[in-house]
Design a protein around this ligand. Structure first.
Ligand code: MLC
Ligand code: AMP
Length: 489
């Protein structure tokens, strides 16, 4: 069993979570999650890696449900609140989910496909009359499946064990010096590791306080920061972009003072433009600590908390992370300044992709995980240069597969051919754009966007569409996406 859950007993009286104006102690988290685990167990002694979906708003209910699932021996599958029916359908069938824990205030339940005859339990109705004895779980037991996009047309389920999660948390607790006196606002979604591990599990591991602000809301975040005693802040670059816009137009000193008071501000999940780094420092005197991570490995590289925080660089390996760079021929790079793919090894690296043994096998080489990210080492720090696949787009910190969107576009009766790429964007990092060869000239951008919105989350919808007579192709007939990107730039 995760130490995260055991340690709650040692700081039972401390406030763990602030949510919807109420405070909840570690004792409450411990007892309520025991109750949920007991309910889930029923007459069984161990749920033996049964997959349970979590479709919940980011509030106190989410935390006790997650812990309850873990304590029962089941695997938690956090589901995206922005997912459309067909996306949920994929997660549910791929993970073989027969039970979803949700809550009364979760209107997104309407998106759960009816055909799967899923049992949906609203957490408010979960009560156990007696607390069962809970199973003892070894570190190699599976704990979580998180869906992430890649070069496959459907998102892949990344399976992590209790041991992986423990290693991901403890590395960050050590590197970023988390203590029980810390207080963090949680503003990120809870179906990805940035939110789950960095914003939620790390502070809870040390007995610190998490204020769950219910997602990102610019004015709310600024008000909270100006009025409360936060110490740590973590976000994706798009959020810093929005904060800069706000701070450049306000003269509310309390907001500036709130940000200045923090002991640590971090960014990750996508590249933080050095320009944002510099603007933020000018506004708040805070040097953002940038780090690099991936759903499959947790956090891997980080600038130093007590050393250099170099704009544009992601730093050095976190505790227990082994890293090497390899050139295109698979040879290890030993010299600074040479470009190569990042390979990672360590206890935090995931165990495999759900139902994709071949993909899993192809993602490892001699026990090293092939990240697909390309980097260079300069004066002791790694700097990311991009990805080896042009089909992966990062927008607002979300990873998006171009192929998944092309599949949706091709289902439209008036789309003959199409290609999707990412277009550089100051705020979003990249925005999704699509080139379409229509069958019928009357098709409009709005029609295409409405079509996509039926099948994919809002952040995956092409923001710009060009209708072309032909797509740029090479002599083999394959779309040359680099050329296509130029058409959009
Ligand atoms: C939304 N909009 C977009 C968009 N998403 N436009 C372009 N591209 C996108 N990707 C538009 C909407 O249509 C809307 O337009 C307006 O922006 C506001 O939408 P919103 O949904 O309200 O946006 P907002 O709440 O501001 O969301 C932005 C965000 C969110 C940055 C807070 O995207 C987010 O939470 N991102 C974090 C994702 C994350 O956690 N990734 C970590 C993965 S783990 P209009 O016209 O209607 O106003 C990982 C490993 C690691 O990567 O290293 O951490
Ligand atoms: P995800 O699959 O959503 O976990 O996204 C992981 C990917 O995000 C990595 O493989 C990188 O491409 C990207 N990423 C994470 N952190 C950074 C960073 N600091 N700079 C650039 N890219 C990043």
């Amino acid at each position: 069993m995760l130490h995260l859950l055991k340690k709650a007993k040692t700081h039972a009286k401390r406030i763990a979570i602030q949510s919807d104006g109420k405070e909840f102690t570690y004792g409450y988290l411990d007892e309520r999650s025991d109750e949920i685990a007991s309910f889930l167990l029923g007459n069984e002694s161990d749920l033996n890696e049964k997959r349970i979906g979590l479709l919940m708003r980011p509030d106190i209910h989410y935390v006790v449900a997650l812990w309850g699932i873990w304590k029962s021996g089941a695997i938690a599958v956090p589901l995206s609140l922005s997912a459309k029916e067909s996306e949920l359908d994929h997660y549910i069938s791929d993970s073989n989910i027969s039970l979803i824990i949700s809550s009364n205030n979760c209107e997104e339940q309407k998106n759960i496909p009816q055909k799967n005859s899923i049992d949906i339990q609203n957490i408010e109705n979960i009560n156990a009359t007696e607390c069962m004895s809970l199973p003892t779980l070894s570190n190699d037991r599976k704990a979580m499946i998180i869906y992430t996009s890649g070069t496959t047309n459907k998102p892949k389920g990344v399976m992590t064990t209790h041991g992986n999660i423990e290693a991901q948390i403890t590395a960050l607790v050590e590197a970023w010096k988390w203590t029980k006196d810390d207080h963090i606002p949680l503003i990120l979604p809870l179906h990805h590791i940035h939110g789950i591990i960095n914003s939620l599990c790390c502070p809870l591991y040390v007995g610190a306080k998490v204020s769950m602000l219910g997602g990102f809301n610019l004015d709310k975040v600024c008000k909270e920061i100006s009025q409360s005693d936060y110490t740590v802040f973590t976000a994706v670059p798009t959020i810093y972009f929005s904060l800069i816009e706000k701070l450049e137009e306000t003269n509310d000193e309390e907001i500036f003072n709130g940000f200045k008071r923090l002991r640590l501000m971090m960014s990750g999940s996508a590249a933080l433009a050095p320009e944002i780094h510099k603007k933020w420092e000018k506004l708040t005197s805070q040097k953002i600590l940038e780090r690099y991570g991936m759903t499959e490995v947790g956090m891997a590289l980080s600038n130093k908390i007590d050393g250099e925080r170099r704009p544009g660089a992601v730093g050095e390996p976190l505790p227990n992370v082994e890293i090497k760079l390899e050139d295109e021929n698979g040879n290890e790079i030993k010299e600074e300044g040479e470009i190569g793919q990042i390979l990672l090894k360590g206890p935090q690296v995931f165990m495999g992709y759900q139902n994709l043994p071949e993909k899993t096998q192809a993602s490892f080489k001699d026990g090293w995980f092939l990240t697909g990210d390309v980097a260079v080492m300069e004066k002791g720090y790694y700097r990311l240069l991009g990805r080896d696949s042009i089909d992966i787009i990062k927008s607002g910190g979300y990873k998006i597969s171009a192929i998944e969107i092309e599949d949706v576009l091709l289902k439209h009766k008036n789309v003959k051919e199409c290609a999707v790429v990412g277009k550089d964007d100051n705020k979003w990092g990249e925005i999704v754009v699509a080139a379409i060869i229509p069958k019928n000239k009357t098709i409009s951008e709005e029609e295409v966007q409405n079509w996509c919105s039926k099948y994919v989350s809002n952040y995956k919808i092409p923001r710009m569409i060009k209708f072309l007579d032909a797509l740029p192709k090479n002599s083999m007939g394959k779309v040359t996406k680099k050329e296509l990107k130029n058409i959009f730039s």
